[in-house]
Design a protein around this ligand. Structure first.
Ligand SMILES: N[C@@H](CCC(=O)N[C@@H](CS)C(=O)NCC(=O)O)C(=O)O
Length: 202
């Protein structure tokens, strides 16, 4: 098994954290899907990372499928509850956090285009998704210690990775000032070796 990922992708970081939390050994191949010589389309027709290449040569994508797979192949540190309703709640948190990352990545890419090709309407639309998404994360977390239930789950990983991606790409978004509860969660998660070891390079 090997993971193909870029070091800045929040989706790939989510998978890398899950691998570490579950003590699954898996070599990492760094491949940036925007590079001219990328090999990613050979293993994922969508040309996106992360991709998990299994021992039989088949590939798994996207990150949500991969983390689901990893949580089921090893019983160590279950990150998705076995109860179906609880599992769906965790997956909903993940969908929200990933969706904020999608909007953030869309803005990041749009801003890399030549100025005259950029659409402010498009950027505004993505900014609204991010703003509403952050407000929903904070509202749903409330004063509880973890996103779902009484323990650390994939929901916390997805939210922590999302907040880390905002810090990487949007230092001007002062989410810590607006949402003290998210800041508390992020600080707690940052103490975990799996988070500390996967901080994206600046
Ligand atoms: N829903 C996907 C999103 C993956 C994704 O957007 N990855 C980005 C890097 S952060 C990528 O590979 N982009 C290349 C492209 O869109 O062509 C997942 O969860 O894995």
């Amino acid at each position: 098994m090997k993971l193909i990922a870029s070091l800045t992708s929040p989706f790939a970081r989510k998978v890398r954290i899950v691998l570490q939390e579950k003590r699954i050994e898996c070599p990492l191949t760094v491949d940036i899907p925007w590079d001219a010589n990328t090999q990613v389309p050979n293993v994922n027709p969508l040309g996106k990372v992360p991709v998990l290449v299994l021992d039989d040569g088949s590939s798994l994508y996207d990150s949500r499928v991969i983390v689901d797979y990893l949580d089921h192949v090893s019983p160590v540190s279950r990150l998705i509850p076995s109860d179906y309703r609880q599992a769906i709640q965790v997956k909903r948190w993940e969908a929200l956090a990933d969706g904020i990352c999608d909007a953030a990545a869309a803005i990041f890419l749009e801003r890399k285009r030549p100025a005259r090709q950029q659409s402010e309407d498009w950027i505004n639309r993505q900014q609204l998704k991010m703003a509403r998404g952050l407000a929903a994360l904070s509202e749903d977390l409330g004063e509880r210690p973890w996103c779902n239930g009484e323990s650390y789950t994939l929901a916390d990983i997805a939210v922590g990775v999302c907040l880390g991606y905002l810090d990487l790409r949007f230092a001007d978004i002062t989410w810590r000032e607006s949402y003290a509860n998210l800041a508390r969660l992020a600080d707690k998660l940052a103490q975990r070796p799996a988070f500390a070891d996967t901080v994206p390079p600046a």
